[in-house]
Ligand binder design. Structure first.
Ligand SMILES: [Zn+2]
Length: 492
């Protein structure tokens, strides 16, 4: 039986500002959309944290047996500077400064994004659609919103009429802003005067002559507003209403507020049942900013190539550090914090290796099932990873006491301890055992060396030595196999 049937998962819904029992629209299936990166620079460490949080959520939903369709977009057009409706497109600006094509910018930073997330062991989403790949869908939504009377055309650009929407609906339902406070962050540039009200936001922008990324539309040669792509892609792949929409806290307003308004007008229904927001990351107690030097790139953590850090930290130690904070809390990224987490991570991995050396007894002196339930309770309480990790450290204690024979465990309970411990550490938290990988790399090196020595012995017709190497390895459970391509080995 699927685990979701016996686990009552609660999710903190940013819309109701409370923890709610999670009930997907279709039993056993979850549709989840997470706003992806704007690929105009190396992925920001704060974004890495956000995507890692949703990776952990994706992993736990899968662990519970849900079939999850996880959609995370790539913003490769339409995101203007300062999240505003005026100013230059972030990708086009980078392309202009570096004298390359916008799509070269997109390609470079999409690759960086994927590599970084793979390094920290995030699973890929089920679908990763791009804004430029969905221009047609976005134009169709704009046509529909204009037809319904909630958008107007001005000088080739199209704006969403927020005040009209707010007459019947609540613009600010998610962010808690009232309409007076909802003035969009626009600079006094051309475009500003085109809006009827400063609360309105762009659905389509006419491209000026410098603007490289442009598409034909009924209104002008231009490009879609940033908020629209997420409405278009989430509806296309997950339906008019879907289960979970996630993103960073900073996207709540205006981005997610605008998504709700557009989709509500377009489809007649609210798009999302559970809104989830991951909190921000700060560095040494302060906001990360390139200009002040209080800044670090994800890769610099793994190389240690940044003066903020005392040394390099592995991807799993970094991941473990981030998951020791609740996804809804601000995370302060510090070298001392990473060092402490690294020690904890090593203890965890050593305990996992120790599991195989435990001898069983007829009865157990430890309540393994109660411990297992506490692990699930922690995750069912809005994915509370710090509490889960505290329980995993309890398991570390069990392992050490069992190895010292100060406690006893039955065969059945040891199997439960092993499977639960492994599932939470590797499948749910997404950690890798880097210590084990290291030693298996070394083992391969040693066996390859012995294979080379055996070949030398055979070349010298020293059959006794050749057989000795093969037989001694066989005793250790390492089988050599001679083939046309040379000798290979397998470990039993
Ligand atoms: Zn979005």
């Amino acid at each position: 039986m699927e685990l979701y049937k016996t686990n009552q998962l609660k999710i903190y819904n940013s819309l109701s500002k409370s923890k709610e029992i999670f009930k997907p629209l279709i039993e056993g299936k979850v549709g989840m959309y997470v706003c992806g990166p704007t690929v105009y620079s190396n992925v920001h460490l704060g974004n890495v944290r956000t995507f890692m949080s949703f990776d952990m959520i994706f992993r736990y939903l899968k662990h519970l047996g849900y079939k999850v369709r996880y959609v995370r977009n790539i913003t490769d057009a339409g995101h203007l500077e300062n999240d505003a409706d005026a100013g230059e497109d972030r990708i086009a600006k980078k392309a202009r400064l570096e004298e390359i094509e916008p799509m070269e910018v997109v390609q470079r930073y999409t690759v960086d994004f994927h590599e970084t997330l793979q390094t920290i062991n995030n699973l890929p989403p089920s679908i990763e659609p791009t804004a430029t790949g969905h221009i047609v869908e976005q134009i169709e939504i704009i046509k529909d919103i204009i037809e319904k009377g909630f958008a107007y055309v001005e000088n080739g650009s199209v704006y969403f009429d927020v005040l009209k929407y707010n007459e019947k609906e609540h613009y600010g339902i998610l962010s808690g802003r009232n309409i007076e406070d909802s003035i969009h962050n626009t600079r006094e540039l051309d475009g500003q005067s085109e809006k009827k009200n400063p609360q309105d936001f762009a659905l389509w922008k006419k491209a000026d002559e410098r603007h490289i990324m442009r598409w034909p539309s009924p209104w002008s040669n231009g490009f879609p507003g940033w908020h629209l792509e997420c409405s278009a892609m989430s509806t296309k792949y997950l339906g008019e209403t879907f289960d979970i929409h996630g993103g960073g806290m900073d996207l709540k307003f205006p981005h997610h507020e605008c998504e709700i308004a557009q989709s509500k007008v377009n489809n007649g229904v609210y798009p999302v049942n559970y809104w989830m927001h991951a909190n921000m990351l700060i560095l040494n107690g302060q906001k990360m900013a390139k200009s002040t030097g209080n800044y670090i790139l994800p890769n610099e953590i793994f190389s240690g190539d940044n003066k903020i850090l005392s040394k390099a930290f592995s991807p799993s130690a970094t991941r473990f550090f981030m998951l020791q904070a609740n996804y809804r809390s601000i995370l302060d990224f510090t070298s001392a914090g990473l060092e402490a987490s690294e020690k904890g991570y090593i203890k965890l991995m050593e305990a996992l290796s120790g599991l195989d050396k435990i001898e069983t007894s007829k009865t157990s002196s430890i309540a393994i099932n109660a411990w297992k339930q506490k692990c699930y309770d922690a995750m069912n309480d809005d994915f509370n990873t710090p509490v889960l990790i505290a329980h995993l450290f309890e398991a570390v204690k069990f392992v050490n006491l069992l190895l010292d024979k100060k406690e006893s465990i039955s065969v059945e309970d040891l199997a439960t301890l092993k499977s639960t411990f492994n599932a939470f550490v590797f499948d749910v938290l997404g950690l890798k055992n880097e210590l084990q990988e290291d030693s298996s790399d070394k083992l391969s090196g040693v066996v390859e060396m012995l294979i080379a020595m055996r070949k030398d012995a055979r070349d010298n017709k020293d059959w006794a030595m050749s057989d000795k190497i093969r037989d001694e390895l066989a005793i250790l459970g390492i089988q050599l196999k001679d083939g046309k391509e040379g000798t290979t080995f397998s470990v039993n």
